[in-house]
Design a protein around this ligand. Sequence first.
Ligand code: PBG
Length: 338
Amino acid sequence: MNTPHPYAVGSFPHTRLRRPRRDDWSRRLVAENTLTANDLIWPVFVIEGEGKREAVASMPGVDRLSIDLLVEAAREARDLGIPVIALFPCIDPALKTPDGRESGNPDNLVCRAVRAIKAAVPDIGVLCDVALDPFNSDGHDGIVKDGQILNDETVEALCRQSLVQAQAGCDVIAPSDMMDGRIRAIRETLDAEGLQRVQICSYAAKYASAYYGPFRDALGTHGALKGDKKTYQMNPANTDEAIREVAMDIQEGADTVMVKPGLPYLDIIHRVKETFGLPTFAYHVSGEYAMLKAAVQNGWLDNDKTVLETLMSFKRAGADAVLTYCAVEAARLLKARA
Ligand code: PBG
């Protein structure tokens, strides 16, 4: 992201900007950004059972996997050079309560999945989302009382959730709940238990977005959700507020920050990276994935080219990595082209 110096621009016909574009070797030589498997974080939906694979209707090509198949998938991702896998559990509705207490159970689905992956494929990083929505009967990321999302009570539950995930072997704790003060509280909880090695990736700038629809279908949280998430997720109209969110999370101990969704918020990614210079990730969310695949299924877009162009756009905006449901197909494409 270098700002071009004014006198670096010449005039026609002395200068022809098409000249370095003429040949493939030259286009590669002058490329300003690169996309590799190292830039990818792969999100996966986890279900109970064995040998189980369920397609997600609104996300063609995405399956929910039981833990045994998840371990195989993690091995393939590792072999493709994908550094980290992100886990999202589909919790049995019978286990959902208003306080989301299953989130703090050290033997819950996500903790068992972490242990299984770390035992079989120890060299892939494991990232766990922290929020109550998969476990909460209201479908909210926090504890709801009289129609309000309680901040401080939720933070306590998130600390417990983070602790059981970290103790199960999770490498990156990624709070996506947008409660105030949770990064500091989680950092202190982990450190008090000797878990200094565990990173925190804060979903620092997370917007109240319509693009999360297919994700909520995938986790079965859609029907449960009462109301919307506008009292904790950000207003899509705001930019300065995203900078304040990121600044606070850095101060509280975030190692890396996430901007979410991705494509509609490239300006936020750019500004966050320019302002703080911290490792900055983009979440190419479920609705963005669904749009792309729907157009591909209609024959309106070329899948492979669109996937790679989309992921490159995040790099160009300043993202260091992209959390994307396209991670495995993109890594395969990049390998085939290498
Ligand atoms: C919930 C969470 C959501 C996503 C990731 N974590 C949904 C939400 O906030 O309602 C969305 C991801 C996607 O759409 O792919 N804490």
